[in-house]
Design a protein around this ligand. Sequence first.
Ligand code: NAI
Ligand code: 15L
Length: 273
Amino acid sequence: MTDTAATTTLRFSRLLLTGAAGGLGRQLRPRLKACCDVLRVSDIAELGKAAPGEELQPCALEDKAAVLSLLEGVQAVVHLGGVSTERPFEEIMGPNIQGLFHLYEGARLHGARRIVFASSNHVTGFRRQDETVLPREPVRPDGYYGLSKAFGENLAQFYFDRWGIETVSLRIGSSFPEPKDRRMLATWLSYDDLERLVVSALTAPAVGHTVVYGMSDNRLTWWDNTSARHVGYRPQDSSEPFRAAVEARQQHIDLADPAALYQGGGFVKMGPF
Ligand code: NAI
Ligand code: 15L
């Protein structure tokens, strides 16, 4: 555990982590233990053995009864589960749309008070790379995946307005061990900053429904998180140390290529499948 809010703030009796078998779930699973007495981990994929203080509860997000029972006894949720890239709409609809509805219904029925929702920068992927975007500006999804995340943010707003369930929607940029290309010099979110962001989102005193972009303290950025300062997220990493290597690998940028023009990069020209 690095020096995040988790070391000094709230501890949950039971926290649910969905998508625990995925790339980000595997990072957060050991780190979130410091925030809770019991970490309930879930995924449709293999979860391995339960570590001390963990409960395994595998489930498909499409299975309403299973998702409702997943929320029993849970105070807060970090929701990473679902389709994480551009796919045909029919593949996205079950996990990302129906599944999210099931999750919020579970939260409503069982009294979970806060959800940290892994949204995506692809909610605004059709904004240009020469623009700075604010979280409350109109969405510009760059595909069915981005559309599903925009739906998720709207669902979160509704469940706050109607039922008082708070959400922080994290429009995560590119969270990988290091930036893979020039675009990711702007969108990169280190794993340690991801942890800082998630812990801040879980523990900030009042968030209503807040949208925040998930990025490290990158020198070049397309997003302005000023409106989410109440979440208290302070990134400590930067893509800058990777710049020279990335630029050496990718020397030429074709500005006629939509992937170089729009913030969503290659997602803007994926499909039809
Ligand atoms: P991932 O694809 O590695 O993990 C997603 C997990 O969800 C997988 O373990 C998968 O088995 C599970 N899942 C898929 N369908 C399911 C279903 N029907 N029922 C239950 N579980 C299901 O993705 P990653 O990179 O770990 O991302 C986690 C979350 O963060 C995703 O929601 C993704 O959209 C979001 N995100 C990630 C970014 C990144 O840079 N890694 C950027 C923006 C958003
Ligand atoms: C995402 O939403 C994806 O989940 C992730 O795999 C990356 O492609 C990321 O966006 C990105 O935009 O780099």
